[in-house]
Design a protein around this ligand. Structure first.
Ligand code: ACO
Length: 448
């Protein structure tokens, strides 16, 4: 099989959201901290009737329906998620309910977990399967789903929630350049979930930012080396039309792109323009550690890369700014934003993706975009995904109601024997929602 990659995708995020500007005021943070400081506009969250399983059910059923995919045509299904509902039963097994009617139980794959990286692991598994000798000619299906919630404090405004379903197969409009992959994997305690009685992570914010940037440098280095070896010419930012980042909050994406610009400058000053060469010169011989902690360098990088950021990064920032960190779905929601904003003008372009999961695991990889065929064309993906429509249909909650929901969910986490309100008035038709959890912790869902 040739040009294995993404044939189709769909995204679901809860319509319930809170404006960052309102949250900022409610939390007593200084004006502009969440909107300019973190670069976020809005945060989507699950109310008591939604969770990662319901969102995944919604995303998968929507994708199969929109593209008229016969459920028998799915041969592998992989879920990436870090939202733990059951420690042994995978989210994938819940999704098998959608295949019952068709009689298709012959579907490989389970869940992959490592913070925000699980979706990428799941995607690689499906792509590798289609490229392998065990492929049986059917489609792969990847689901990235998370509800990102933080305890009260500075990390809370970086929450979010979404599920993305991705159909994988050959002759794809979004094809993997499989040889160009650079990974960085190491042991770190930057963000983890050791307290199984709580949905909230333990997070060292500053360390997690540094780990992210360190992993970015390392992945970029390996990616460039592999590119040069295979293509016989050096890689620099000029070789890619777009860069899409895992997006915990937009400010980190701005910093990350600035960092890649600095990496290019260090690798070969002629990769960057004259003005940037002058402004970055004073930082040429900083040690790694010094460079991660220099606020002046950070500013200089952002300044130097600002213009290219606007063309190569900005188009991918829409959904992450509007929805928040979606953990495993974040990178693919950023990619969905790029499709939404650039549509068919992406044909022939190269898109570099950076996936990061705390703990830590990271990979940089790339896509080559083609027109596609049949229902699997770029413009059809954009139309069916309807990002603008989904953003428009949202219901804004006041911060008090958001906080109240978080409190209720703290009680509900790991609990049994309760019935939800079943109030699905805010949900679009076709959305799955949680109705009850019985005395055996079994979860039950209905569809609006
Ligand atoms: N107007 C404009 N900007 C402001 C204002 C204001 N009134 N107040 C603060 N800022 C800026 C700060 O200068 C800073 O920007 P800078 O880094 O460019 O200087 C930014 O807003 C954030 O302010 P901090 O004081 O650094 O924020 P704080 O430490 O309170 O929290 C953090 C930020 C650490 C990111 C926190 O939200 C967090 O822990 N998030 C979760 C961890 C995370 O997402 N890590 C990323 C990788 S791991 C992952 O994906 C989960």
């Amino acid at each position: 099989p040739k040009n294995v990659g993404i044939l189709a995708m769909d995204i679901y995020f809860p319509p319930t959201c809170v404006k960052q500007e309102a949250l900022e005021a409610h939390d007593g943070a200084s004006k502009g901290k969440y909107t300019i400081g973190l670069g976020q506009d809005c945060l989507a969250f699950c109310t008591e009737v939604e969770d990662v399983i319901s969102m995944s059910l919604t995303a998968v059923s929507s994708l199969l329906k929109k593209y008229k995919i016969d459920p028998k045509q799915i041969g592998r299904m992989e879920v990436g998620s870090e939202t733990v509902i059951d420690k042994s039963k995978s989210i994938k097994t819940f999704l098998m309910q959608l295949f019952e009617e068709s009689g298709n139980t012959d579907i490989e794959g389970v869940d992959s977990t490592n913070a925000c990286y699980g979706g990428t692991a799941a995607l690689f598994n499906c792509v590798n399967w289609v490229e392998s000798s065990s492929w049986d000619g059917r489609y792969g299906l990847v689901i990235c789903a998370d509800s990102a919630v933080y305890a009260e404090g500075p990390a809370r405004p970086t929450g979010g929630a979404a599920a993305i379903a991705i159909l994988v197969g050959p002759d794809a409009p979004i094809a993997f350049e499989s040889k160009f992959r650079g990974s960085h994997m190491a042991h770190a305690y930057d963000f983890y979930k050791p307290n199984l009685a709580s949905e909230y992570p333990v997070v060292d914010g500053k360390l997690s930012q540094n780990c992210y940037l360190m992993a970015l440098d390392s992945c970029y280095k390996v990616f460039c080396e592999k590119f040069e070896k295979l293509e016989g010419k050096p890689f620099s930012m000029a070789e890619a039309d777009y860069f899409v980042f895992h997006s915990p909050y937009n400010k980190l994406v701005q910093k990350s792109f600035g960092r890649l610009y600095y990496d290019d400058f260090l690798r070969n000053p002629s990769f960057v323009d004259e003005a940037a060469r002058t402004s970055l010169e004073p930082y040429k011989s900083l040690s790694g550690d010094e460079s991660y902690n220099s606020r002046d360098l950070e500013k200089a990088n952002q300044q130097a890369s600002k213009k290219i950021y606007d063309t190569k990064v900005q188009p991918s920032t829409l959904i992450p700014k509007e929805v928040g960190n979606m953990y495993t779905a974040s990178l693919y929601a950023a990619f969905a934003s790029l499709l939404h904003n650039e549509n068919s003008s992406l044909i022939g372009k190269r898109v570099v993706m950076f996936s990061y999961g705390s703990g830590l695991t990271a990979t940089m990889f790339s896509f080559k975009i083609q027109e596609g065929q049949g229902p699997f064309t770029l413009s059809n993906i954009v139309t069916l995904m309807d990002v603008a429509g989904k953003l428009k249909q949202r219901v804004e909650f006041p911060p008090e109601k958001f906080v109240e929901t978080m409190k209720l969910m703290e009680h509900r986490y790991g609990a049994k024997d309760y019935v939800t309100s079943g109030d699905c008035s805010n949900l679009p038709a076709g959305t799955f929602y949680l109705t009850k959890v019985d005395s055996m912790y079994r979860r039950f869902y209905a569809r609006k």
